[in-house]
Design a protein around this ligand. Sequence first.
Ligand SMILES: C[S@@+](CC[C@H](N)C(=O)[O-])C[C@H]1O[C@@H](n2cnc3c(N)ncnc32)[C@H](O)[C@@H]1O
Length: 212
Amino acid sequence: MDIFNEDVLEYISMISAINDENLYRIRNQVSGYSPIVRSGVDRFLAFMIGLKKPESILELGTFLGYSAILMATYAPWAEVVSIEVDAESYIKAKNNVEKSGLENIRLIYGDALDVLRFLDKKFDFLFIDASKGHYNEYLDLCLKITSKDGIIIADNVLFGGRVAKSGPVPHKHRTIVMRMKKFVERIMNDDRLSSCILPLGDGLAVIRYKGE
Ligand SMILES: C[S@@+](CC[C@H](N)C(=O)[O-])C[C@H]1O[C@@H](n2cnc3c(N)ncnc32)[C@H](O)[C@@H]1O
């Protein structure tokens, strides 16, 4: 029996809802399609943070600050650094962080592909959730600043299921699907990594960096 149907996904999303005033307020700032991590993925991030207990967390793609605030809430001892390229989102995220009262979040305005080259500390928990077409470049740069046994989680790696399908891909999605397939194949075959894919949200890659 196929367990991945709409009803099951809806159930997981509903039962996973996190009861937190800050997070609830941010989810409500978006109407219609929302790029915020789906309900269930947020809970998984919180779970992994509880397990790993990272000292330093890096996020690529802040948007309104939902996942940054989530991670900072569940790891109050850690610093969460989050990078956002869009000025409007960055300002809104800054506002949301201020309202949350959390002091362990540092937002950086800029393109992750540039900023990552200048970060000079190591991170032990990284969340990749920026432009879907650049995951391979992000990973190359992230591995340089990931500590041994660090965890990297990447969202959207199944891209609405398109990455799992064979056959022709509509032109507008072709590049992303091709690059994402490359990313998924790469993380499964790189000896430095131990990886798995979870059919949670839009597809999550969970990676452990074993070191060189
Ligand atoms: C899916 S949203 C992030 C959602 C957020 N992680 C959350 O769940 O609350 C992706 C964000 O990444 C940003 N972004 C895209 N490319 C980027 C880049 N190269 N560097 C930094 N941010 C980027 C977009 O502007 C957008 O706000």
